[in-house]
Design a protein around this ligand. Sequence first.
Ligand code: ADP
Ligand code: MG
Length: 443
Amino acid sequence: MTAIIKLEHVEQWYDKGKENEYHALRDINIEIEQGDYVAFFGPSGCGKTTLLYATSGIDRVTSGKVLIKDRDITAFTNQELAIYRQTGIGIIFQQFNLVPSLSVLDNVALPMAFVGINRAKALEEAQRLLKRLNLDQYAQRFPQELSGGQQQRVGIARSLANNPPIIIADEPLGNLDSVNAQNALKILRELNEQDGRTIIMVTHEAWSLRDARTIFHMKDGVIVSVEHRTPDPNAGANKIETTGGQTDEEKLKEQLAKEARTKEARAMMVRILSNFFMRGQNVGEMQRFEDILAQRFTSVIDTLRFQELLGTSFEEGGAGMWKNKAERIAAYIEDIINKQKDLDATIALINENPELPIQDEIRQLRTWITQDYIGHISPFKAELLDALISDRIHRFVDAKQFLEVLHMPVKEFGAGFPLNSAQQMAERMEVIVDGVGEYEPKR
Ligand code: ADP
Ligand code: MG
């Protein structure tokens, strides 16, 4: 076996330099083998989630190296990191994190939509994943119509969208009763043994370590020991406490759950819009955008202030967008608020406008790559250029094809630029494609 993930001298600080600074991970050096079943185990607050997020590139670390297949992801551009997160790892959550107003099928298809897979294909694949988890008869239901165990299985199906080689799970059994917890463990084991996926699980409950082969024991931000073992499939099974029956407080609980769902739907809307508009940005920038968006959704700020904050630099507390992008996004959000669009309608809108978040960037790029061209660029040519730039950004065409189309005569559906101009434009484009960080708002 080979190490798929290596952490070298990793340190993680929260709020470093402030009086509430916290040293969450201290000199972490670990290796995770491809195809292993790994657990981070330790008491609450010892840094398990922090380590999981560092290990999987969800958060950037304060210092040290995080090597995935020998590539140091701390050196990744934000865009590379985003692509890695969306296709390299599947995440299973304790709270399931399903979108309440989307069908089970659409929930599973959603991560595929985020990486630009067309809807028909995404739905087909989602259907296949549901079938695998014995959920095909629930495809058209909504999450709240399913039991907790079924919802978690939907969460697992969703984690398999985009076919990630690594599955991470943060306390995945915490909200399940014993039967469903056993079942979820069985599925994790299958994903490991049958598919050969690497599993990294976080837990503070010893019984859920049943199938783990490598256990990192943690305390106060430090790995105190590493345990390798051959799991016994029956070990610990009868130690699981069964949860009690129904209680008198159930009605109140239901009421609270309903309120929680409304809040959750709004939070999910914020998350989805952030995924859409902030594609390729880092976690901090997305978080900032989500904070500002949540303030607008709850009317803490008005639309003018909202637009102003979007256009303010990251250092000064804004989202660091260009002015016209901020303006357009503010208008878009107002539309959602005024028409009281729900999550479904918002996602439909997103599906209709996949290019929307990068339109301004593309226009800006077009101006930049054509700056030395002295001829006239007709609106028709400009449009063609925009489509071509978009294709190059998405890697639908390579550098050579990009140049070819620029130079190809108009009657052959090219842009018809003279060869030397086309070459100059193509060279500029490659500078951008190689260093995608360059046209992102500076942090
Ligand atoms: P675990 O998953 O083991 O319960 P965490 O990794 O969530 O632990 O947290 C480890 C420590 O870091 C805790 O003391 C927690 O309060 C702190 N911490 C976690 N996330 C943040 C954050 N975003 N900002 C500040 N402190 C944090
Ligand atoms: Mg945790």
